[in-house]
Design a protein around this ligand. Structure first.
Ligand code: HEM
Length: 135
């Protein structure tokens, strides 16, 4: 039962990872395909960052519910988790900005914002490795 719960949380987290990385990559690759596609990708990205935060918390909730305590996160694992948290907050903010800020109306500023989103996704994905092995 414990393994099944962790597997389900991990599956959700993995699909969130896919969306967090793929949305900005697709937006950058199909820059001239119109505002409609870009808007959909920005929504996908915002929801995907939210999903990562929720499923990330889901790992902790599963540990507490099934084992009666939160995992002990210290040292390298703690730093990695903080990096992921900061990337997630910044990623959510940037995705929201892409959806509603008028200041990001020029194609150049939007390209920079999408590239920054992709950079944050890469940073979070990289931080997942030490979190996994130092936890
Ligand atoms: C608030 C944000 C996040 C939290 C709290 C969080 C938390 C976690 C936790 C607790 C694990 C399990 C570690 C383990 O026991 O092995 C995990 C795994 C993972 N996370 Fe996150 N995460 C967050 C965001 C992200 C983001 C944004 C990405 C990717 C862009 C990501 C990618 C991954 C991957 C790929 C794994 C699996 C690592 C492996 O097993 O090799 N996470 N995350």
């Amino acid at each position: 039962m414990t393994e099944l719960v962790y597997t389900l949380v991990q599956a959700v987290h993995n699909y969130g990872t896919l969306a967090v990385v793929a949305s900005p990559a697709v937006a950058l690759g199909f820059r001239d395909r119109g505002a409609d596609l870009e808007r959909r990708l920005a929504w996908t990205l915002l929801l995907a960052w939210g999903l990562q935060a929720a499923s990330g918390a889901g790992f902790a909730a599963a540990s507490y519910g099934l084992k009666g305590q939160f995992p002990e996160v210290t040292g390298v694992a703690l730093y990695s988790l903080v990096v992921k948290l900061v990337a997630t907050v910044a990623g959510c903010a940037l995705a929201a900005l892409l959806l509603c800020a008028r200041r990001l109306s020029s194609p150049r500023s939007r390209t920079v914002a999408w590239a920054a989103c992709l950079g944050l996704a890469v940073v979070a994905l990289t931080a997942a490795a030490p979190l996994r092995w130092y936890l």
